[in-house]
Design a protein around this ligand. Structure first.
Ligand code: ADP
Ligand code: ADP
Length: 228
């Protein structure tokens, strides 16, 4: 079953006296439960594509559907995690995670239990009453993941979420994310410019190579097969 369908998508940005073609005829079909990495050099259009799936911006041409519905706006079926944590600085960790539950109108006791469960899952049980500014980058990113999981979105969109972390912290967050993915069966679209990260995480690596003003190249990625 196809969860995300991207059909002939182009994105052009108007810039003074010119036009930037950030996406050029992107076609992609992502199955429910797949972990897909969008890989490519800076400027190749990864964020533009992710933002279009999220509904933050619209393709200039072409169409995107998620779960069979055309994407028109951001929606609770697509949770987004950014590189810079995007937490509410005036709320404690627990309140940050709780926010989405309150938006959904969950009853207080159920929300309390769910917040505890999510903090526990991300190794944050001790940190519920702290404020984001008092946490390390890795811990803040755990909070960002817990907060997006609170929304129960079937699709997680992640834009270089671990890009600002040191190597050790990054690896432990990658492992955490793989566990969550295996346990909760999410569809994940994960943007990275790190080949190493893509190979560690993904079921499937989608390589974007088009950079505005350059020729669109086809790169062949192969798995070695045994010979007869
Ligand atoms: P990546 O995420 O792969 O680094 P982006 O999707 O951010 O690439 O950008 C792709 C191209 O589109 C780049 O050339 C970038 O400068 C351009 N671009 C992205 N957003 C805008 C915008 N809002 N206005 C103009 N150009 C943009
Ligand atoms: P529309 O939804 O009408 O197509 P746009 O796609 O142009 O609107 O996006 C809305 C706003 O978000 C614009 O100001 C645009 O410059 C900005 N934007 C869209 N994509 C990106 C991006 N990848 N990086 C930075 N800004 C972006």
């Amino acid at each position: 079953m196809s969860d995300i369908l991207i059909n002939h998508v182009y994105k052009r940005f108007a810039v003074p006296g010119n036009e930037v073609v950030a996406l050029k005829d992107i076609n992609l079909d992502i199955a429910a439960g797949e972990f897909v990495c969008l890989l490519g050099p800076s400027g190749c259009g990864k964020s533009t594509l992710l933002n279009a799936i999220a509904g933050f911006s619209h393709p200039s041409e072409g169409s995107i559907t998620v779960g069979g519905r055309p994407v028109v706006n951001p929606g609770p079926d697509r949770g987004m995690v950014f590189q810079e944590y995007a937490l509410f600085p005036w709320m404690t960790v627990a309140k940050n995670v709780r926010f989405g539950l309150e938006v959904k109108g969950m009853a207080k006791d159920a929300a309390d239990a769910r917040v505890r469960e999510l903090l526990d899952m991300l190794g944050l049980s001790e940190f519920g009453e702290r404020f984001p500014k008092d946490l390390s980058g890795g811990m803040r990113q755990r909070v960002a993941i817990a907060r997006v999981l609170a929304l129960d979105s079937p699709v997680l969109l992640m834009d270089e979420p671990f890009g600002a972390l040191d190597a050790l912290t990054r690896r432990s967050l990658q492992d955490e994310l793989l566990k969550i993915w295996a346990r909760l069966g999410k569809t994940i679209v994960f943007v990275t410019h790190s080949i190493e990260e893509a190979i560690y995480l993904a079921d499937r690596i989608v390589v974007l190579t088009y950079r505005p003003g350059t020729v669109k190249r086809d790169i062949r990625v192969e798995m070695p097969r045994p010979r007869d």
